[in-house]
Each structure stands twice: as structure tokens, then as C-alpha cells.
Design a protein around this ligand. Structure first.
Ligand code: NAP
Length: 497
């Protein structure tokens, strides 16, 4: 029997990659059905059709996964760091060898065009390559106490069993960004991918098993009952860390649950990125950056430029050029050649974009291009540019999560910075200026964990990714990424006398 119902209308490749993915729960190194026998469906957002069914875990399945991770923890923590690094390195090689199939699988479950899926797979694999190298760089310290009477030995140890929860918008990279450092640090884990996009993580689990990851170190549970399955695991106390990527709303709830047993937490939450274009910007760079910051992932990214704030003197030219570029994009199923913009993930996502655009227009915004949902099947929305957007419009405060560029104007730097910071979020801000003094001054004043200075892309496995304010806690990637999975232990050494 095959996983997918893909036959007559789909290519053989599509059916082959879906059929190759394990669809059970991955617990203790084996794939098994949910104890209840229940399954949940995975749809293709470009067609609305069912791709396949995967196991639908119950709270008991979740507890089994936690028990498997707990059983694996001590031996894995004792595995030599070089061996943990080599597992990651082998997995990196395997992912890159299979990039075409993994990209197709991601496009089918999530919708993004194949070229973007390939980009994400390679970005995701880089976290394994990076953390393969970091596994052997975990160090500590030795120091003489100020009064000379004792010595301090500082060592780093794995934090212990981790609970990892990931969203649908980057189905592979949001997983490897957590799994990579957890393996490097020596932590066993239970990961719950988003119900809409479980296939990429299942494919990755199979690759890690093939790369030699010991049974029970990575357990994957797919479920339609995220809260019901994860809350008992968070409150159990045997897991010592919760790492979550998703909305601020759910992140807040999880922080409350994690407080009960005082878990270490990393929170990669929502954003509302301002994109500032000053009068001294290079407009070619700014438009290029805008296309990347807005249209990567169809705008369904926490880093997506949500508010374009442009100096009045260049706002007209910037809007004209952006509108021209946006109207030249081809919307369609991500598997097809020449498609730039795939579907949004579901009807709810598309309806929210429609509603936010309508609200902005009702409040006086002008539609330069787009502003139309595309009739189904699939959840498409035309790339859109709005100008004269009042700052009171809902899309100035809420994540649009779609291909809509909303442009407002400012007259001076103070006004621009005040508008940029007027949000509870603080993930990323983009800033375009050719004036180096202004670049540094405004970068310091912007309230964000990351600044894109004359670039529309900040994501890089070797850099510390994360937000301030209600965009999150902690950092993923870079040198600090592994620290999130390590505890610091200090041994006081009596020294003579
Ligand atoms: P979401 O609704 O918060 O869901 C994220 C994950 O949490 C999914 O796996 C979801 O499972 C699970 N979840 C939902 N409710 C839960 C609960 N009560 N207990 C435990 N888990 C629960 O977010 P989303 O819509 O998937 O993703 C979009 C959001 O993620 C945006 O706000 C975006 O900005 C943010 N994001 C942030 C970053 C970053 O690095 N800062 C990166 C990517 C995305 P189900 O799928 O089953 O609902």
C-alpha cells in the first residue's frame, strides 16, 4: 500500500517522494502507528487535495516518546563529542544528496516554489554542518579565585531531555535549527512538527537514523491535538528544556506551562519587521532587499518585512519600482516551472490577508497592484503593493503573513525610528541608507534582535538568530546556539590551607 492518493493528476515523482516518507510516530528508534490507530491528513495547499495520512498521537503516545528520550539521555550525553558531530556531518551529506526529493516533498506539503524549497533544504542542512563543528568546541574554564584560596573549574554539560515544537512555514529548517545543537550538546529530544507539515521532519528522522543517531535520541510525534499532547510533557518535569518556534500567542501559553517545573526555554516567536528606506538609500539595493524581505516564503516568514517606512522624497519612486517587480511575479503551484509565488498555507491564512488588506483600504490606503485573492482550488493571493497606508491600519500591528507590501511615509529620522519601534515585537528591522553614520546610529536605536543593513536577508546558520521584546527569548545558530542546550556547572576547588 502507498501513502499517497497521488496517481492520475500528479507526476510519478510527486507520488514517489510522498510514498517514501514514514508516516508513523518515531519513538525509541522505531516507526509505529498511534496507539489509538487514528491518523491525520496532510494536504497540498496548492490543490487542497489530500497528500497522505500520518499517525495522530494521543497524550499516551507523547508520554511514550518522552520515556524513550529519558531512557536514551545518559548514554547519549556520554557519547564522545566527535561521534555526535560525525552523525550530524553524515546527516548533512545525506540531506544534500537528496535535496531534490526533499525539496519536492516540502513544496507538496507547504506550497513554496521548488527553488525556495531547495534553498530551505540547503539552509536547514547547514545547521547540521555548523553544529557538527561546534560539537567538538564545547569548553569550560579554570580560574584562580581573587583571594587565591580556591580554584574554579567551570564545565558545560547537556541540559538534558528537550521538547521541541516547530511551525509549518519552514518545515525543515526550524527543525534542524533545534535538532542540530541538541545533538551537538548531547541532548535527547521529543519533537512535534506542525500538523500541517509533518512530512519533512519524518523524512529527516529517517535520515538521522541512517546517519547513526542512537535509538531514542530523536523522537517525533505528529498530532492534531498539540496542546493536549504537549502540555503533560512540559509539566512532567523529566524534560529540562522547551524550545519553541511559532506564534507569540502560543509561546506565552507555553512559558506559563514551563514555569511549573522551571524548564529552560528558548522562544522564537512572531515578528512585525519594519523596513526603513532613507532618502540617501541606494534604491536599487532597497528594491532588491524589499523583494527578498517581503516575498521569501510568500511573505509567510517571521522575518518578513511587514511595514515599509519610506522617506517622503523617495516614496513615489520606491513604490513604482516595487509595484513593477511585484506585478511581474508568476503565481502558481510551486511544483511548476517559472512559478515565483506559491499558495498560502490554508484558507485561514488567505482570509486573514484578505481581511487585513480590506481594512487598510477602508482606512484610506491605495492599491498599486494586486489585492485580490485568487479563486480556488488552493489558497493563492496576488502579490500586492499598498501605498499611503495609515499607521493605524491593522496590518501595521499584526503579522500579515502573505505577499502584501504596505508602504507608509516618514519625514525625518526620529519619526522613522519611533514608528519602527512602535510594536510589541522585536525580531528584525531592515534599514537602507548609504550614510554610514546614520546606519550605525539607527541600528543602535532600533529595538530588534537582528538588523538587516542594506540587505533583505538576515538568516544564516553561523549567526545568532532571535528576537527581543515579545519576539522571543534566546538565540538559535551561531556560536551561542549550542549554549541554549548546555548547562554551566562550577566546581569550587579548595586549594591548600
Ligand atoms: P503556532 O500556531 O504558534 O504553531 C507553532 C507550533 O506550535 C505548531 O507545531 C503547533 O501545532 C504548535 N502548537 C499550537 N498550539 C499549541 C499548544 N497549545 N501547545 C503546544 N504546541 C502548540 O504558529 P504557526 O502558525 O505554526 O507559525 C507561524 C508563527 O510562527 C508566526 O507568528 C511566525 O512569526 C512564527 N515564527 C517565528 C520564527 C522565529 O524564528 N522567530 C520562525 C518561524 C515562524 P499545530 O500545527 O498542530 O497547531
Amino acid at each position: 500500500m502507498t501513502n499517497s492518493g497521488l496517481t492520475s493528476n500528479s507526476t510519478a515523482d510527486e507520488a514517489r517522494v510522498v510514498d517514501a516518507v514514514p508516516t508513523g510516530l518515531f519513538i525509541g528508534g522505531s516507526w509505529r502507528p498511534a496507539a489509538s490507530g487514528r491518523t491525520l491528513t496532510v494536504d497540498d495547499p496548492a490543490t487542497g487535495k489530500v497528500l497522505c495520512e500520518v499517525a495522530d498521537a494521543s497524550p499516551q503516545d507523547g508520554m511514550d516518546a518522552l520515556a524513550a528520550a529519558v531512557a536514551a539521555q545518559a548514554a547519549f550525553a556520554a557519547m564522545p563529542p566527535r561521534e555526535r558531530g560525525e552523525i550530524l556531518r553524515r546527516a548533512y551529506e545525506l540531506i544534500m544528496q537528496r535535496i531534490d526529493d526533499l525539496a519536492l516533498l516540502m513544496t507538496l506539503e507547504m506550497g513554496k516554489p521548488l527553488a525556495e524549497s531547495r534553498g530551505e533544504i540547503s539552509y536547514a542542512a547547514e545547521f547540521f554542518r555548523w553544529f557538527a563543528e561546534e560539537a567538538v568546541r564545547i569548553d569550560g574554564g579554570y580560574a584562580v579565585a581573587p583571594n587565591g584560596a580556591s580554584r574554579f573549574l567551570v564545565q558545560k554539560q547537556p541540559v538534558g531531555v528537550c521538547l521541541l515544537i516547530t511551525p509549518w512555514n519552514f518545515p525543515m529548517a526550524m527543525g534542524t535549527r533545534k535538532i542540530g545543537p541538541a545533538i551537538a550538546a548531547g541532548c535527547a529530544m521529543v519533537l512535534k512538527p506542525a500538523a500541517q507539515t509533518p512530512l519533512s521532519m519524518n523524512a529527516l528522522a529517517a535520515i538521522l537514523a541512517e546517519a547513526g543517531l542512537p535509538d531514542g535520541v530523536l523522537n517525533i510525534i505528529t498530532t492534531s491535538d498539540a496542546g493536549g499532547v504537549m502540555e503533560p510533557l512540559i509539566r512532567d518535569g523529566r524534560a529540562r528544556k522547551l524550545s519553541f518556534t511559532g506564534s507569540t500567542q502560543v509561546g506565552r501559553k507555553l512559558l506559563e506551562q514551563a514555569a511549573e517545573k522551571v524548564l529552560r526555554t528558548s522562544m522564537e516567536l512572531g515578528g512585525n519587521a519594519p523596513f526603513l528606506v532613507f532618502e540617501d538609500a541606494d534604491l536599487d539595493k532597497a528594491v532588491e532587499g524589499a523583494m527578498l524581505a517581503k516575498m521569501r516564503n510568500m511573505g509567510e516568514a517571521c522575518t518578513a518585512a511587514n511595514r515599509f517606512l519610506v522617506h517622503r522624497s523617495v516614496a513615489g519612486a520606491f513604490a513604482d519600482r516595487l509595484a513593477e517587480r511585484m506585478s511581474a511575479l508568476t503565481v502558481g503551484r510551486g511544483t511548476e516551472d517559472g512559478v515565483d509565488v506559491g499558495p498560502l498555507v490554508d484558507a485561514k491564512g488567505r482570509d486573514k490577508v484578505t481581511e487585513l488588506v480590506r481594512d487598510a483600504v477602508d482606512r484610506g490606503a491605495t492599491v498599486r497592484v494586486g489585492a485580490v485573492p485568487v479563486d480556488g482550488p488552493g489558497y493563492f493571493y496576488q502579490p500586492t503593493v499598498l501605498t499611503d497606508v495609515p499607521l493605524q491600519a491593522r496590518l501595521s500591528a499584526e503579522e500579515i503573513f502573505g505577499p502584501v507590501a504596505a508602504i507608509s511615509v516618514f519625514d525625518d529620522e526620529d519619526e522613522a525610528v519611533a514608528a519602527a519601534n512602535d510594536t510589541e515585537f522585536g525580531l528584525v528591522s531592515y534599514l537602507f541608507t548609504e550614510n554610514v553614520t546614520r546606519a550605525l546610529r539607527v541600528s543602535e536605536r532600533l529595538e530588534a534582535g537582528m538588523i538587516g543593513l542594506n540587505t533583505g536577508l538576515v538568516s544564516n546558520p553561523a549567526a545568532p538568530f532571535g528576537g527581543i521584546k515579545q519576539s522571543g527569548l534566546g538565540r538559535e545558530g551561531g556560536k551561542v546556539g549550542i549554549e541554549e542546550f548546555l548547562e554551566t556547572k562550577y566546581v569550587a576547588i579548595g586549594f591548600g590551607g
